[in-house]
Design a protein around this ligand. Sequence first.
Ligand code: SAM
Length: 285
Amino acid sequence: MEHVPVLLNEVLRAFEESRLDVFFEGTVGAGGHAKAILEAHPEIRRYLACDRDKSAIEIAKKQLQPWWEKVEWIHGPFAELENYLMHQKIDGFFIDIGVSSMQFDEGSRGFSFRSDAPLDMRMDKESSVTAEELVNELSETELARIFFEYGEEFRSRAAARTIVMARKKRPIRTTFELTAILEPVLRKGKVHFATKVFQALRIAVNDELGQLKKGLTAAIQSLAPNGIVAVISFHSLEDRIVKWMFREDERLEILTKKPIEATREEVKKNPRARSAKLRYARKII
Ligand SMILES: C[S@@+](CC[C@H](N)C(=O)[O-])C[C@H]1O[C@@H](n2cnc3c(N)ncnc32)[C@H](O)[C@@H]1O
C-alpha cells in the first residue's frame, strides 16, 4: 500500500510563517511530507532527509528527484542529529514517528501479526537486536515490563509467563508462532489481541522512546532562533514525552496548546491517521 502522509496540511501550517533555509526531517519515509514542504518552501537551500530504513530512502529518492540538488540523504537514526549537522543550525525540524505502511505491508519484516514471518521488526536491517532475540532471551520480568510499559498491555505478566514456558520447549521464531502462544492468555476485543504486545516489541527493538527523547533534545539545541520543531506521534507514550519536553524547555514557545488530530474525513480516507497527534513549538531564545 502506498504511504499517505498524515496531517499534511496541518504540518504545512506549522511552518507556513517561517523562512526556511536549512531543514531537517528525521523520518523521511516515502517522502510525502518532504515533497509538500519543499514545494511550499522554494527558499529551502538544504533539506536533510534522514531515515533509518534504507528501503524508505530508496523510495523517497524517486519522490524527491526534482529537488536532488537540495536534498542530502542520511541513512541512520535521527537521534544522531548533531553528528550529521556538525554545528550547522536548522530552521525547521520535523519527525513523523512510527512504522510506515511499507514497513507494515512488507510482511517479511515481522512488524505485522497478519503475515507469517521471522520475528525481526528492525526498522534498520543493519542494527543489531531483533524481536526474536528479545522474545527468546529477555527474562520474564523484563518481558512483562516491556509489554506493560510500551504496550500498556494489562495482561503483561500472563503474556510474559506463557512466552517463557513456550520457549523452554523450543525457541519462538515467527510472528504466527508468537500469536499462537499468546492467543489463550490475551483478551479478545475490537482490536487484534496481539496488537499491544507487537507494539511493545517494536518499540523495544527500535528503542523508539529513547530515540524520541535524544532526538528532540538535539533538535531543540540545534534550532536557530525562531526555528520550529514539529512532531507527529502515534501513541500516548510518545505524545506524553513530546508534551513534557516542550513544556519543560524555557527556550520554546508552544504553538499547539492541545495536540492537533486528524479530521474525520482524513481518518475515513486514511485510517492510520486515527491516532496521529501533532505538536509544534518555536524556539525563542
Ligand atoms: C510514518 S513513516 C514517515 C512517513 C513520511 N512522513 C512520509 O510522508 O512518507 C516513519 C518513518 O520513520 C522512520 N523512523 C522511525 N524511527 C526513526 C528513527 N529513530 N530514526 C530515523 N528514522 C526513523 C521509519 O523507518 C519510517 O520510514
